[in-house]
Design a protein around this ligand. Structure first.
Ligand code: NGQ
Ligand code: ZN
Length: 429
């Protein structure tokens, strides 16, 4: 398949009249100054991979914004979230995931790293196929066209030092042996999908478990939640004498295959050490704002970073970058904090930096309009500055060589939304 665009953002900058050739979902040639094939009007940029999401949480978007009897916090939100997932069936999870994925594609996200921990039936027993839920998420990705990196989550404990999991966590829990079988089964059942491993957090998996799992799957992406909340830092200090990022860096061989999600609560020495490790900082600015986590120390951090939609309370690639930049502006009382220097566009520098980090974290060839990359492309009706900060929009999206969004609408939006509405009606009924 061959198409051309009026303007495309290539690895060395903007080019005009760019012809792109695609085979088997991947870009095989990019030729500026060539008007051949279908004319897909407008300006094209690489689609943004989404490096962190729990798609099922889309079902509670907007439902945790009512004040409770005591001071609301991350931890009261988590109780609401546990109640929301308590009765979800595999069908529900597939319907909710499809809705989230349609919104991701419409919001400029063309690939998804799904941090997947809702494994078991409501009473905590595994389904006949232990990867049932992962397969449903894979089916939703197939149906909507979004690229997928699946991250089965290792979740065994309810707190630092191997504390037992709580009743509300039983759908997540596997011992190491069951988890290794789950990853194997997920790999076999989702051919063509990159499968990584994700110890949920230092609260939910012990250091020994993490080491065992990494040894079993060398080279795959490794994602973990870390240092999101102050209470978590205090518990980690009480248990180990170290802060979470400090402890993780001291006890695991953290390198470029790792993605540390949030890493919000860091002292400067931790930010410097994380920068030097080569690991990706997985920032989820909208969720972090929604949950009251705090600000990432972006000015001090010198390593790769990317963005994810995490709780999916609002789904938008430009929106995540805007929230990141605005957080830094509010924190430092300055403007254009994330731009690389004088005369540089903040929107472009944010988009480019996020592409690099996210592509690394997803373990797949995405993040550039270049030969060898997956054909994941977003068309914009304005500059990246206007799309990130003002009224500009994503108009067309190609994922894996398929145009799935036109005029801002996913081709399956209505059918997916109807099924999602039925699911919500049943879950809330
Ligand atoms: C999660 N979400 O696993 O969905 C977490 C909350 C926890 C975020 N951290 C649960 N945003 O960390 O224990
Ligand atoms: Zn998360």
């Amino acid at each position: 398949m061959r198409f051309w665009v009026d303007e495309a953002w290539l690895p060395d900058g903007w080019a005009r009249d760019v012809c792109v050739e695609v085979a088997d979902g991947a870009i095989i040639a990019v030729t500026p100054g060539l008007r051949e094939g279908t004319h897909l009007r407008g300006r094209a940029v690489p689609g943004m991979p989404n490096l962190h999401s729990h798609t099922f949480q889309r079902a509670m978007a907007g439902l945790a914004e009512v004040r409770g009897p005591d001071a609301d916090s991350f931890w009261t939100w988590r109780e609401v979230m546990y109640r929301c997932l308590a009765q979800m069936t595999p069908d529900d999870v597939e319907a909710i995931a499809a809705q989230a994925m349609v919104e991701m594609l419409e919001g400029g996200f063309t690939h998804l790293a799904e941090f997947h921990y809702l494994h078991h039936a409501p009473d905590g027993t595994p389904y006949d196929d232990p990867a049932e839920m992962a397969l449903r998420i894979g089916a939703a990705a197939d149906a909507t066209g979004i690229g997928l990196t699946m991250l089965p989550v290792l979740y065994t404990h309810g707190g630092f030092g191997g504390q037992p999991a709580a009743a509300g966590q039983r759908r997540f829990v596997n011992g190491t042996g069951a988890f290794l079988r789950l990853v194997e089964r997920t790999r076999a059942a989702l051919p063509g999908v990159t499968v990584g491993v994700a110890p949920h957090s230092l609260r939910a998996a012990t250091g020994g478990q993490i080491a065992e799992v990494l040894a079993a799957f060398p080279g795959v992406p490794v994602h973990i939640h870390v240092a999101e909340q102050v209470a978590e830092v205090e518990q980690c200090l009480a248990w180990s004498g170290q802060r979470p990022v400090e402890h993780l860096l001291a006890t695991q061989a953290v390198d470029a295959r790792w993605c540390l999600v949030h890493a919000t609560q860091m002292e400067p020495f931790e930010t410097q050490a994380l920068s030097a490790s080569g690991a990706v900082a997985g920032l989820c600015p909208i969720t972090e704002a929604n949950l009251g986590d705090g600000f990432f120390d972006a000015r001090r951090f010198a390593g790769p970073w990317g963005v994810g939609s995490d709780s999916n309370v609002e789904i938008s690639a430009p929106g995540e970058l805007r929230m990141l930049e605005y957080g830094q502006r509010l924190l430092h009382r300055a403007r254009n904090v994330m731009a690389g220097g004088e005369g540089r566009s903040t929107g472009e520098d944010l988009w480019a930096a996020a592409l690099r980090g996210v592509a690394q974290a997803c373990g797949v060839p995405v993040g550039a309009i270049a030969p060898g990359m997956r054909a994941d492309i977003a068309w914009l009706d304005a500059s990246l500055d206007a799309v990130v900060f003002a009224r500009g929009a994503v108009t067309r999206v190609m994922a894996g060589g398929r145009v799935v969004v036109e005029d801002g609408r996913h081709h399956a939006r209505d059918a997916v939304a109807a099924r999602f509405a039925r699911t919500l009606g049943r879950l809330r009924g």
